[in-house]
Design a protein around this ligand. Structure first.
Ligand code: M6R
Length: 359
C-alpha cells in the first residue's frame, strides 16, 4: 500500500536505499564475495561477448551495465533495444551470452529476441523483479532484483536494482576470471556508501521540489546532458521527466549539443547537467558555459569532488562506476515534483501501461 504517500512513485524512490542494502545482504557474503549461482558465473565467464537486451528504463540500466561488465569482467558488451534487435540481429560473436533486463519479465519486445536466442540454442539470463515471469521461465538462468513490487508506471527502484545486480554479476565473473579490477573492487563497501548517499538525497527532496517549481513549472521542453556514465543517466533522467510531466525532454552526450541541438536553446530552456566523470568534468563545465551564453537555465547535479558553491545538487562521493545509482535519485525526484506540481496523476501517466506486452 501507499501508506502515507500520495503516490507510489515517491514511495518507490524513497525505498531505494533499502533495496541497495537488501541486494548487498543477499548477493554478497560477509567478506564481500558475490553469492551468485555458479552455473551463471561460469556461463558468462565462458562467453566472448555479452549482449544486453531491454526496453525503456531497463535499456538505460543496460547502458550502465555495459560499463560494469567491461570494467570488472573484461568482456565486451553490446547493448540493444529489444524491439530493434529482434528483427535485425547483428553479426554475433562466436560465444555470445544474452542478458535480458526486465522489471516485469513480460515485455513483448524482449520476448521476441529471447525466442530467437532459444531457437539458436544460445545461453541467456533474465534479470527481473518478478519470479516466474515469462522472460524468467524462458531464459536459461534467472537473477531476481529483490526490489519489491513496483507499482508506479515510471520505473525507479527497478532501475537502481538492475544496476546493482549487474555490478554483483560483473564482479563475480571478473573474480572467476582473475580480473584485478574486480578483485580489488570493494562492492560491499561501495553499496553501503551508495545507500547512505541515496538516503541523503531523498532526505533533501525539498530542494529538488524548489528546482522543479523554479525551472520546470512552465517550460515546454528541457535537456539532460552528461558524459561517460552520466550520458546513460541523462537518457534515463530525460525519460523519467517526459513520461510523468509531459515536458518534452531529451538526453544528450554533453558535447553533442553543439553539433545541432544547441539551436533549440532559448532564454530559460532548462539544461540539467550531470557531472561525475573525472575524465571529462572540466569539458562538461565548458558545455554549461556554451548553453548559458545562449540563455539556458542550467541545473547542475555534480559529484562532491567536482562541486562548487553554485551547484544545485551535490552528489555524494561514490565510485564513478556506481555513480548512476546516486545521480538518478535527484533526477527521479525532479520528474516526480514536475508532474505532481502540475496536478498530474504521477503514477499513471497518459497513454502508458506498466508492462508493455505488445510489440
Ligand atoms: O518491465 P520492463 O523493465 O521490461 O519494462 C520496460 C519498459 O517498458 C519500462 O522501463 C518503461 O520504459 C517505463 N515506463 C519507464 O519508466
Amino acid at each position: 500500500s501507499k501508506g502515507t504517500y500520495e503516490f507510489y512513485m515517491l514511495k518507490e524512490i524513497d525505498e531505494q536505499p533499502g533495496v541497495m542494502r537488501h541486494i548487498s545482504q543477499d548477493y554478497l557474503d560477509e567478506n564481500g564475495k558475490p553469492v551468485v549461482e555458479q552455473d551463471i558465473v561460469d556461463a558468462v565467464a565462458d562467453s566472448d561477448r555479452i549482449y544486453i537486451l531491454a526496453a525503456g528504463t531497463s535499456y538505460h540500466a543496460g547502458l550502465v551495465g555495459k560499463n560494469l561488465f567491461e570494467k570488472f569482467s573484461d568482456i565486451p558488451v553490446e547493448v540493444g533495444l529489444a524491439s530493434e534487435f529482434g528483427y535485425h540481429f547483428p553479426k554475433l560473436s562466436k560465444k555470445p551470452f544474452f542478458i535480458f533486463l526486465s522489471q516485469s519479465g513480460e515485455t513483448a519486445d524482449s520476448r521476441v529476441v529471447l525466442k530467437q536466442v532459444n531457437e539458436r540454442h544460445l545461453p541467456s539470463l533474465t534479470i527481473t523483479n518478478v519470479q516466474g515471469s515469462t522472460l524468467s521461465r524462458e531464459a536459461t538462468y534467472t537473477m531476481l532484483l529483490k526490489a519489491g513490487p513496483e507499482i508506479a508506471v515510471a520505473s525507479t527502484k527497478a532501475y537502481t536494482a538492475q544496476i546493482a545486480v549487474q555490478a554483483v554479476l560483473a564482479k563475480a565473473v571478473g573474480e572467476k576470471k582473475n580480473v584485478a579490477d574486480a578483485k580489488e573492487f570493494d562492492l560491499k563497501h561501495q553499496l553501503a556508501l551508495v545507500a547512505e548517499g541515496m538516503q541523503q538525497l531523498v532526505d533533501g527532496k525539498e530542494k529538488v521540489d524548489e528546482l522543479a517549481k523554479k525551472y520546470l513549472a512552465k517550460t515546454r521542453n528541457a535537456f539532460y546532458i552528461g558524459r561517460g556514465v552520466d550520458y546513460a543517466v541523462a537518457l534515463e533522467g530525460a525519460l523519467k521527466l517526459k513520461e510523468v510531466s509531459y515536458i518534452e525532454t531529451e538526453g544528450f552526450a554533453a558535447a553533442e549539443l553543439k553539433h545541432g541541438t544547441i539551436a533549440l536553446i532559448e532564454k530559460g530552456t532548462p539544461v540539467i547537467t550531470l557531472i561525475n566523470d573525472p575524465a571529462t568534468a572540466d569539458l562538461t563545465r565548458g558545455n554549461i558555459r556554451e548553453v548559458e551564453s545562449r540563455g539556458a537555465s542550467v541545473i547542475t547535479m555534480v559529484a562532491k569532488q567536482f562541486a562548487n558553491e553554485n551547484d544545485d545538487i551535490v552528489l555524494p562521493e561514490v565510485d564513478y562506476y556506481l555513480s548512476p545509482l546516486v545521480t538518478i535519485v535527484p533526477a527521479q525526484l525532479l520528474a516526480y515534483y514536475a508532474s505532481k506540481n502540475k496536478g498530474l496523476d504521477v503514477d499513471k501517466p497518459r497513454n502508458l501501461a506498466k508492462s508493455v506486452t505488445v510489440e
